[in-house]
Design a protein around this ligand. Sequence first.
Ligand code: PMP
Length: 413
Amino acid sequence: MIPATAATALDFARVRADFPALDQEVHGRPLVYLDSAATTQKPTAVLEAIDNFYRRDCANVHRGVHTLSQRATVAYESARTAVKEHLGARDSREIVFTRGTTEAINLVAASFVRPRLGAGDEVLISAMEHHSNIVPWQLLCAERGANLRVIPIDDRGDVILEEYERLLSERTRIVGITWVSNALGTVNPIREMIATAHSRGIPVLVDGAQAVPHLAVDVVELDCDFLAFSGHKAYGPTGIGALYGKRAHLLEMPPYQGGGDMILSVSFERTVYQEPPHRFEAGTPNIAGAIGLAAALSYLEGLGAEAVADHERRLLDEATRKVLEVPGARLIGSARHRAGALSFVLDGIHPHDIGTILDAEGVAVRAGHHCAQPVMKRYGVSATVRASFGVYNSSDDIEALVRGLHTAREVFS
Ligand code: PMP
């Protein structure tokens, strides 16, 4: 049990006060926000960083000699260094700013995998991927005459590692796997899986969208080839995220989009591209977003990765126990190691109805397929209710969730 006010490693009362959006009522009830896997609320430090940029330093980056442009450029490039440090990368040139995880995966598909994917080759993903780690590969496989292969998961929601090993073939050109599943909460044994792929010379892209907010990340230790994540799920703004890519890979990769800022020189006869990462950042980037993301990562670091993981692990355990006490509740996903999210159904009540009843009580959860329709199909459901946690949640929020589930039971009895 995590008391809402008693001291935890996180200094919970202070953390909560850092998030102004939480201090409001919805339908006359205090807001209980349990939808952080979709997007997190933002701490004041992030709001202020963005506000300061627009109030003082607003200018375009990389091309101005004037003071504001220089300030903006320094802030934008410092944000890149902040991401590099947060991910434990060796070199900030290994960090490409993108719109988020989705764009980062599309970049890898278009620029790294496309040139090396021939007819009959294979892309290997898992059965629990988010649509953003499925559809880009389907598009690419259709274009190249290649095949998408899928690592099955067991009833608990763990990948079946023997099947994974069996599916790695001489034709596999990339493995794309989520570290933490947004639909099931499963934490995959990503280190092992990367090492297995590497032992056969196959590169690995990690979808880190649900990992970066909850776990300590060290891309050098993981030895992943690429890692994608979104700022907005890690207390930063929407519209910004990053791709980490090993420098040797990025250097080999052709541009992803053409435009300003990604070139050294342009003539109608010949254009010379910038080196990575700028080669992959055509056009005016999301400068304020990058600055806000750096503030978010710094906020998370200030809390401490271990304290965050510990707080959320205890919340997840408590929520799992209490939700399962509600009559008719069934977990969708009970993997050995989970983080961040709890997916469940209540017999006889559609998840959307549960979501609506909870909303009337001020409790925000997600009800739906969570952009992971294949994994819903695997469990024979079209949707689940997902309660997901952030640093600002407490046992009180779990109590509110469970009260709402009892209300739903009564309404539908
Ligand atoms: N992967 C996972 C595991 C996710 O949870 C999400 C967002 N729900 C994404 C990818 C896509 O992230 P974005 O929409 O920010 O690009």
